[in-house]
Design a protein around this ligand. Structure first.
Ligand SMILES: Cc1cc2nc3c(=O)[nH]c(=O)nc-3n(C[C@H](O)[C@H](O)[C@H](O)COP(=O)(O)OP(=O)(O)OC[C@H]3O[C@@H](n4cnc5c(N)ncnc54)[C@H](O)[C@@H]3O)c2cc1C
Length: 301
């Protein structure tokens, strides 16, 4: 079934749906203000965790730390700090892991990261660095008793020769100690379910949590998708056609598209969702509401 046809039979309910939100560390005071507005709006939804990205090549190392520390200090949320192993020695990465541990972080999203020259360039690990994400997961587990999530690619990572090679890498990450995978975003739910079947057939039984990207900006989404190896279906382009100068309508369409996608996933048995929030709360909040996820006072930031 395509995610174009919303069924009326979905049975969303707060009891069984679990959500998590991804944020990126802000560069300016204004962005910091936006981020914290988003965190305060979404925190009462009691997410399973909130993750904070790590800029390409470790470029946001300090800002990622600062954001994670502030979440720990000022909210009841559980932060998951992203960490990549590009362009850093094992010793440098191990220091970051120890610093996270000392700050009270109990969940890391472990990633290889993009090659320093950008995707398309062959990835070469630094001579004294972690070789890949599986090696990094093992490194984290050697240092600390920290929960580790990793990436998964329903439509294949652009570097990967095949979906099978991708699933081999996922298996290596799970064998090293990862207990959850979060997917790259996708717009056709069938990609996710086909991938899930292949992952399960390979004997991988950890949760494969769909990463949902609300399409706040269609042009930007197309660029992200091109780099991430995600397909942008023609029907999606059609829905945003002619709306480049009409932000208000784009937002309504984006809400409708994401609603169709998540409700179809719920109908087909998915209970956990990870939202790429882009540090904006409104669409994610509305989609969570549709999923039956309602504010609880306890978790308010
Ligand atoms: C949920 C999620 C969160 C992310 N967060 C961040 C972030 O915070 N910061 C950031 O910079 N990036 C982030 N990324 C992007 C990610 O860093 C890139 O996609 C990167 O190119 C791959 O890292 P990985 O850990 O997913 O790779 P891996 O899972 O290690 O590898 C991805 C695939 O590439 C193939 N591959 C790996 N190495 C080789 C090789 N040497 N030769 C041939 N094939 C190879 C394998 O088949 C593998 O399946 C995120 C991605 C996802 C899905």
């Amino acid at each position: 079934m395509s995610n174009r046809s919303t069924t009326a039979s979905h049975s969303a309910g707060a009891g069984r749906i679990r959500v998590s939100f991804e944020f990126f560390p802000p560069k300016t005071e204004e962005m910091e203000k936006n981020l914290w507005e988003a965190i305060r709006r979404l925190a009462p939804l009691a997410p399973n965790f909130v993750s904070v990205t790590y800029g390409a090549g470790g470029s946001t190392r300090e800002r990622t730390h600062a954001t994670v520390r502030r979440i720990l200090a000022e909210t009841a949320l559980t932060p998951a700090a992203h960490l990549t192993c590009v362009a850093a020695t094992r010793a440098e990465i191990d220091d970051v892991i120890r610093a996270y541990q000392a700050a009270g972080v109990r969940h890391i999203v472990a990633l290889r990261g993009d090659p320093t020259g950008g995707l398309g360039e062959r990835y070469t690990p630094p001579p004294d660095g972690y070789r890949n994400a599986a090696d990094l997961v093992a490194g984290i587990k050697r240092i600390a008793d920290i929960e580790v999530s990793v990436s998964a690619y329903p439509e294949k990572h652009p570097d990967s020769p095949s979906v099978e090679a991708d699933i081999d890498m996922l298996k290596a990450k799970v064998d090293a100690g990862a207990t959850r995978a979060i997917t790259q975003f996708f717009f056709e739910n069938d990609h996710y379910f086909r991938y899930l079947d292949r992952v399960r057939a390979r004997g991988i039984h950890i949760p494969i949590v769909p990463g949902i990207l609300p399409v706040l900006n269609f042009k930007q989404t197309k660029n992200f998708a091109a780099r991430a190896g995600a397909t942008v279906p023609a029907w999606l382009a059609e829905r945003f056609d002619g709306l480049d100068e009409d932000a208000a309508t784009r937002k309504l369409i984006a809400a409708a598209v994401a609603a169709e996608q998540v409700l179809d996933l719920v109908d087909r048995g998915v209970t956990d969702f990870h939202f790429y929030s882009m540090n904006r709360a409104d669409l994610v909040y509305a989609i969570c509401h549709l999923l039956g996820v309602r504010p609880t006072c306890k978790e308010a930031a």
